[in-house]
Design a protein around this ligand. Structure first.
Ligand code: BES
Ligand code: ZN
Length: 612
């Protein structure tokens, strides 16, 4: 008994002695994240010093992650997320005393919990580890899969829960961290991160990085390869492999204008520089909003700036997502819905109303189709999701993006832009560098917008009920209506396509009547080169439309090279899906087998599941 009291006293004294620790820069939310083992509300990792060597021969990263931790309540352990990491040893304190730890059983979605025993005053932990060649976050590209064909290339993809496969971390968007990194690449390469970046190669392949603003772990990112830089504006520039650099800089020459338009809407850009890197074709997404450095697919470099809305989107995340972050992946629409809305406002400011209306119209139709696919009553069509026990990737789709985006457009239209914009700007400003939930947004909305302007709006229906609410704004694009009519008329005449943007092409192709015969498709192809279009959006839509109409065999070689060269999931899935539906699963599997080594795990897993 006595001993027990003494022990408690002793621990309290120790704790008191540790109290010079400064308090949490941003208190993590108390509700545990269903997609993370970590509990930053109990003991929190707050700063990372990362030191890694990139080895392209073994496809591994090795080194250490040194975490500065905060343990105000004296928890006896701290929990990290890991997946497929080889943990070599863990030390505590600056004098690196060995620490006791255990690695839990591996869950195929969430990985393994790493539990490290803490002594009361422990303030740093150093985790020595290596990644495995099949780490889900890492895209290892052979030289043949790059633009330059000479050096290999590596990129990471953290969102949603992949960072844990290359860094042991508290992998929840409810926690924010700062980081420094030292990365060793082979000589002759450049490394860049979601941080302050070099603009030139270093002679020894060593690079240092600093990210001083607190970010969520899914936003830690790294790319390395034969990378060069070209400035396009005072605080904007483009990174790409040398053969892509000039084209890319031309494609994205209007980035600075976009940053200015965004700032005029919702407040200053706080991250310093805004650069973009064009990755090899194996990148599984269109774009990823890594802070200070958007990662982008090369399929947006079309030579006509027709897909630059992707830049508006990733840039908008500098506010919605990176500055104010969804508290966990059930609130994903807070990141993406806000961003789609903001993206359209940037596009409207820079490229005008008509063009933006056309993009919104296409996306509205995509939303309708998605709701049909999921089912009008499906809980997966709610904005607020419950993805407990599921892969947060299941929540990535047009609901979060488009239903979320139109929700904000609907709210805007209840008053006027001056009032709405002031509201949204204050939302960002008052919540910067924090993570927020759907509920905290709804309560802020109620007090600062709905009640303020005496509005009655069905917000609960939008957020907690399925389908598309009746008061959803419906875009109306004259240009797309014309393309649609041309598609309906196809049996009578080939379309007049003068001045068509790729978006009109996509819509035209998608709306070709099911009865369109192969002879007509061939004529279209001969006249307009659709099967070999340089624009991946057109090519994907064309293949998806042509396959069910019986025009697959002849265009199979082009399709095969498309599916082999392009790694973006958005383009792969529709084509593989149509091949399967048309009874061409054997072709699909043959192509997939050949192409799979070039796909990132994100795309590989999705296609594999489809063809199973
Ligand atoms: N943050 C997303 C990408 C993402 C979402 C990656 C969820 C992993 C999990 C990014 O901002 C995005 O939305 N990219 C889109 C393009 C955009 C223009 C709609 C994409 O990659 O298709
Ligand atoms: Zn996004």
């Amino acid at each position: 008994m006595k001993f027990h009291h003494l022990a408690i006293l002793f621990v309290s004294l120790l704790l008191a002695a540790c109290q010079q620790q400064k308090p949490a820069a941003s208190a993590p939310s108390a509700a545990p994240d269903p997609h993370s083992f970590s509990r930053p509300d109990l003991a929190r990792a707050q700063h990372l010093d990362l030191n890694l060597l990139i080895d392209f021969d073994t496809k591994t990263l090795s080194g250490y992650a040194r975490w500065t931790i905060e343990n105000p309540a004296g928890a006896s352990e701290i929990i990290f997320d890991t997946d497929n990491l080889d943990i070599q040893k863990i030390t505590m304190g600056k004098d690196e005393k060995p620490a006791k730890f255990s690695l839990g059983a591996r869950d195929s979605i969430f990985g393994s919990a790493l539990r490290i025993q803490l002594e009361p005053c422990a303030d740093v932990l150093t985790i020595y580890y290596a990644t495995r060649p099949d780490a889900a976050a890492l895209g290892w590209m052979e030289p043949s899969m790059t633009a330059g064909k000479k050096l290999p290339f590596l990129f990471t993809q953290g969102q949603a829960i992949l960072t844990r496969s290359w860094i042991p971390c508290q992998d929840t968007p409810g926690n924010r961290i700062t980081y420094n990194a030292e990365i060793q690449t082979p000589v002759g390469m450049m490394a860049v991160m979601s941080a302050e970046n070099p603009q030139q190669k270093s002679p020894d392949g060593k690079y240092q990085f600093r990210m001083e603003q607190p970010v969520a772990t899914y936003l830690i990112a790294l790319a390395a390869g034969d990378i060069a830089f070209k400035s396009v504006g005072p605080r904007t520039g483009v990174y790409a492999e040398p053969p892509m650099l000039e084209k890319s800089a031309w494609e994205f020459a209007e980035m600075e204008k976009m940053v200015e338009a965004a700032e005029a809407l919702y407040g200053s850009y706080v991250w310093g520089r805004y650069d973009l890197i064009v990755l090899p074709t194996g990148f599984p997404f269109g774009g990823m909003e890594n802070p200070r450095l958007t990662f982008a697919t090369p399929t947006v470099v079309t030579g006509d700036r027709s897909l630059v809305s992707l830049v508006a989107h990733e840039l908008a995340h500098s506010w919605s997502g990176n500055l104010v972050t969804n508290s966990n992946w059930n609130d994903f629409w807070l990141n993406e819905g806000f961003t789609v809305y903001f993206e359209r406002r940037i596009m409207e400011a820079v490229y005008g109303k008509d063009y933006t209306e056309m993009l919104a119209q296409l996306e509205y139709w995509e939303l309708e189709e998605e709701v049909m696919l999921l089912g009008e009553d499906s809980p997966d069509t709610h904005l607020k999701l419950d993805l407990t026990g599921r892969n947060p990737d299941d929540g990535v789709g047009d609901i979060a993006y488009q239903k979320g985006g139109f929700f904000l457009t609907m709210l805007e239209r209840q008053t006027d832009r001056a009032k709405w914009d002031a509201f949204l700007k204050s939302w960002f400003d008052e919540h910067k560098f924090t993570s927020q939930s759907t509920e905290s947004f709804l309560s802020y909305l109620k007090t600062n917008y709905l009640e303020k302007y005496n509005l009655k709006v069905n917000t609960d229906e939008w957020v907690y009920a399925p389908g598309i609410p009746a008061n959803c704004p419906r875009p109306n694009s004259v240009k797309l209506a014309a393309a649609e009519k041309a598609a309906a008329d196809i049996a009578r005449q080939l379309p007049d396509t003068k001045n068509w943007t790729p978006h009109e092409w996509v819509h035209f192709v998608r709306n070709l009547p099911a009865a369109t015969d192969v002879a007509t498709l061939k004529k279209l192809d001969a006249q307009f080169g659709l099967s070999s279009s340089a624009n991946a959006e057109i090519r994907c839509a064309w293949y998806a439309s042509a396959i069910p109409k019986g025009y697959a065999a002849e265009i199979m070689p082009g399709m095969e090279s498309f599916l082999t060269e392009v790694g973006r999931r958005r383009f792969l899935m529709p084509v593989y899906t149509e091949l399967k539906k048309a009874g061409l699963s054997d072709d699909a599997r043959r192509i997939f087998q050949k192409a799979a080594p070039g796909y990132h795990a994100v795309s590989r897993n999705s296609v594999e599941a489809l063809l199973k």
